[in-house]
Design a protein around this ligand. Structure first.
Ligand code: ZN
Length: 276
């Protein structure tokens, strides 16, 4: 299967013994992910970071981007548990925040089935949910973790590498990745607005739409940004930025059309790209 593609599906046996199954799974999946390479620059392998390093698990030897790997048997739900809430909030604005790599695997065949990456520039406050403090009886009593709410990530923020055991072409992965990096240089607040409007545009569910369709998300946006009193002008401003970045086109009189690569809209089908 996957003939000439050197990216593996199957896991290798971890070379050492572990006290717990979860520790073993972590090492096994990390070993696997190192052989997948870097979705940001295309380097063929990733390096491990020292155990318990404060941020990521893996780092690209070429572009130095860091990745945090989370894996699950079966599929991820809408929420993924992550580290301490306060740390996560602090990390949002940091440049060395890792990209989040999410791996689903089949424990019986010991194969990866799905893999996608949420680039760090898609992380905004709206995604991070505070969990209840751990019970007084817990080992880390009072500790407050967080969930990442994946349902709030726009489609363009899910860079699909592997779907149903099929690898996306490296070319389509890079194209999708490159089309999102404009977010990287923006402030956390600016990204918050852009992502919320991208999500609103996505919710319309059509490639062609008009301003009124986007305004339908006004109350949702007002809830995310309660202190803003100019939600509609803010929406128009984001649409202009998104046009300048090629995410959408203005076709006149308040009408818009999504102009992003088809890969973004269709969830990165192999080779799917328009007008590139
Ligand atoms: Zn790289």
């Amino acid at each position: 299967m996957q003939g000439d593609d050197d990216r593996p599906l199957g896991f290798e046996e971890a070379p050492v013994h572990f006290a717990s199954g979860s520790q073993k799974a972590r090492v096994t999946t990390e070993l696997w992910a190192r052989r997948i390479g870097c979705p940001s620059c295309g380097a063929p392998t990733l390096d491990p970071l020292p155990n318990n390093s404060p941020v990521g698990d893996l780092r690209c030897p070429a572009c130095r981007e860091e990745y945090e790997l989370k894996s699950t048997k079966g599929r991820f739900g809408p929420r993924v548990a992550d580290g301490a809430y306060a740390t996560m909030i602090q990390r949002l604005a940091a440049r060395n925040n890792p990209h989040l790599m999410l791996l689903s695997y089949d424990p019986f065949s010991r194969e990866a089935t799905d893999l996608f990456v949420v680039p760090k520039h898609f992380f905004v406050l709206d995604l991070i949910e505070e969990r209840k403090p751990l019970a007084p009886t817990a080992r880390r009593a009072g500790w407050i973790g967080c969930n990442i709410n994946l349902s709030r990530v726009p489609q363009s923020g899910r860079i699909i590498l592997l779907r149903d055991r099929q690898w996306m072409s490296r070319e389509s992965i890079r194209a999708q990745w490159d089309s999102t990096v404009f977010l990287r240089d923006r402030t956390l607040e600016a990204r918050g607005w852009l992502l919320a409007v991208m999500k609103a545009v996505e919710a319309i569910g059509r490639p062609s739409f008009n301003l009124e369709d986007v305004y339908a998300a006004e109350s949702r946006l007002q809830a995310i940004f309660p202190h803003n009193r100019n939600v509609r002008p803010k929406i128009r401003q984001q649409l202009q930025v998104l046009r300048d970045q090629g995410y959408l086109e203005f076709v006149g009189r308040g009408a818009y059309r999504l102009g992003a690569p088809d890969a973004l809209l269709a969830g990165a089908l192999p080779g799917a790209r328009r007008g590139a």
